[in-house]
Design a protein around this ligand. Structure first.
Ligand SMILES: [Zn+2]
Length: 70
């Protein structure tokens, strides 16, 4: 488990904020959202879903999501 607070200190985000999942759009407390290496914020079930996809599909879904975020 990653220490999110440590990261937050660097980028200056309030620890107890509500974050929306980039995949399903549901709102979660910060501690329940996972930040992927690509910079996406995903809830546990979407993260698990994405992890279950095969690599090429996972890549294009991730790209699609990043395109939406930026
Ligand atoms: Zn989600």
């Amino acid at each position: 488990m990653k220490a999110y607070d440590e990261t937050l200190d660097h980028i200056g985000i309030v620890t107890h904020q509500i974050v929306s999942c980039d995949f399903c759009g549901a709102m979660f407390p910060w501690g329940q959202i996972h930040r992927t290496d690509d910079g996406l914020y995903l809830c546990s079930s979407c993260l698990r879903y994405l992890e279950s996809l095969s690599e090429p599909i996972k890549g294009s879904v991730t790209e699609f999501l990043i395109g939406n975020v930026l």
